[in-house]
Design a protein around this ligand. Structure first.
Ligand code: C2E
Ligand code: MG
Ligand code: MG
Ligand code: MG
Length: 278
C-alpha cells in the first residue's frame, strides 16, 4: 500500500514538474522573440511632488504575447535576467523612455523627469554608463531629468565596478534612486557609500498607513534619516487620501501610486499631464 502511494506521489511530482518545465520553456521561447516581434511597450506612472512643482513618471515595462496574454514584469524580468535578454531589452527600455520624456518636455514645456528601472544583471554584464551616454546623446534628454532606479541587490554585491559606474552616472548628472527600500538587506551603510539621490519607500510600509502604528514609526524614521542624508524620498503604492495626507505631513517629497494614477499608456499619460497642468 505504502509503495503504491509512494509511486503515485512520484508520478504526481514528475508530471507537475514536467508541466512546469513545459510552461517555462514556452515562456523562454516566446521571450527570445518578444523584442523583434514588437511585443513590448512602456507604461508611465505619475510621480508627484508635495510642493506640486515637479512632476515625473516611472517607465514600467509591459509584455503582450499572443499565446500567453499579458505577463507581469515580476514574472518575466527575472527570466530575462537569467537568459541575458535583459541587456537588449534594457537598452530598448532606456531609449524608449528617454525619447518619450524628451518629446513630452518639448510638448508641455515642463521639466518632466523620468525614472527607469535597471537591474543588477545589467550593471554586471554591460556598461550602463556607456548605454546612458549614448541614449542621452541620441535623444537629447538632459541627464538631470533621468533617474535610474536600482534595488538593494545592486548595492549588496559590493563590487568596485558597480560603484564606479554609479559614480560616473552621478557625475554625468543622472540621479540614482534606491527602489523598494526596506525590503532587501538591512545594512544601511550603503546609503552613505553610494552616490544616491532618492530613496523609494516600498509599498509594504505604505499599505497599512495611517492605522498601523509600527509602519507609521518606520516611515517617519526613514523620512527623517533620508533627509539627514540629503536624499529625496518617494513613497510607492499610495492608494488613499489618508496615506497621502500622512506622507505629506511626515515630509515625504514625492508620492506615486494608484491614488494619483495607475501606470498609463503614452497617450493616456499625455492626458494626465494636460489635466495636471491646468
Ligand atoms: P517597481 O519598480 O517597484 O515598480 C512599482 C510596481 O508597483 C509596479 O508594478 C507598479 O505598477 C506597482 N504599483 C504602483 N502603484 C501601486 C499601487 O498604488 N498599488 C499597488 N498594488 N501597486 C502599485 P509592475 O509594473 O508590475 O512592475 C513590477 C516590477 O517589475 C517593478 O517594481 C520593477 O522591479 C520591475 N520592472 C518593471 N519594468 C522594468 C524594466 O523596464 N526594467 C527592469 N529591470 N525591471 C522592471
Ligand atoms: Mg521601480
Ligand atoms: Mg519599487
Ligand atoms: Mg516593488
Amino acid at each position: 500500500k505504502a509503495k503504491e502511494l509512494g509511486r503515485n506521489c512520484f508520478q504526481f511530482y514528475t508530471s507537475a514538474m514536467h508541466e512546469h518545465a513545459k510552461a517555462r520553456s514556452q515562456l523562454e521561447g516566446a521571450l527570445h522573440k518578444a523584442l523583434v516581434n514588437n511585443e513590448f511597450h512602456l507604461t508611465y506612472q505619475p510621480i508627484l511632488s508635495r510642493d506640486d512643482v515637479r512632476i515625473g513618471c516611472e517607465a514600467l515595462l509591459r509584455w503582450e504575447n499572443k499565446a500567453l496574454g499579458s505577463v507581469s514584469p515580476a514574472d518575466f524580468i527575472p527570466i530575462c535576467e537569467e537568459l541575458g535578454l535583459i541587456i537588449a531589452i534594457g537598452e530598448w527600455v532606456m531609449y524608449q523612455a528617454c525619447s518619450q520624456a524628451k518629446a513630452w518636455q518639448q510638448q508641455c514645456d515642463k521639466p518632466l523627469f523620468i525614472t527607469v528601472n535597471v537591474s543588477s544583471t545589467q550593471f554586471k554584464r554591460q556598461s550602463v554608463v556607456e548605454l546612458v551616454k549614448k541614449v542621452l546623446e541620441q535623444t537629447g534628454l538632459d541627464a538631470r531629468y533621468l533617474t535610474i532606479e536600482i534595488t538593494e541587490t545592486v548595492l549588496v554585491d559590493n563590487s568596485e565596478s558597480i560603484l564606479l559606474q554609479l559614480k560616473a552616472l552621478r557625475a554625468m548628472g543622472v540621479e540614482l534612486a534606491i527602489d523598494d527600500f526596506g525590503t532587501g538587506y538591512s545594512s544601511l551603510s550603503y546609503l552613505k557609500r553610494f552616490p544616491l539621490s532618492k530613496l523609494k519607500i516600498d509599498r509594504e510600509f505604505v499599505r497599512d498607513l495611517p492605522d498601523d502604528q509600527d509602519d507609521h514609526e518606520m516611515v517617519k524614521a526613514i523620512i527623517s534619516m533620508a533627509s539627514n542624508l540629503n536624499l529625496k524620498v518617494v513613497a510607492e503604492g499610495v492608494e488613499t487620501d489618508e496615506q497621502l495626507w500622512l506622507l505629506n505631513e511626515l515630509g515625504c517629497d514625492f508620492t506615486q501610486g494608484y491614488l494619483h494614477s495607475k501606470p498609463l499608456q503614452a497617450a493616456a499619460f499625455e492626458n494626465f499631464l494636460r489635466g495636471y497642468m491646468k
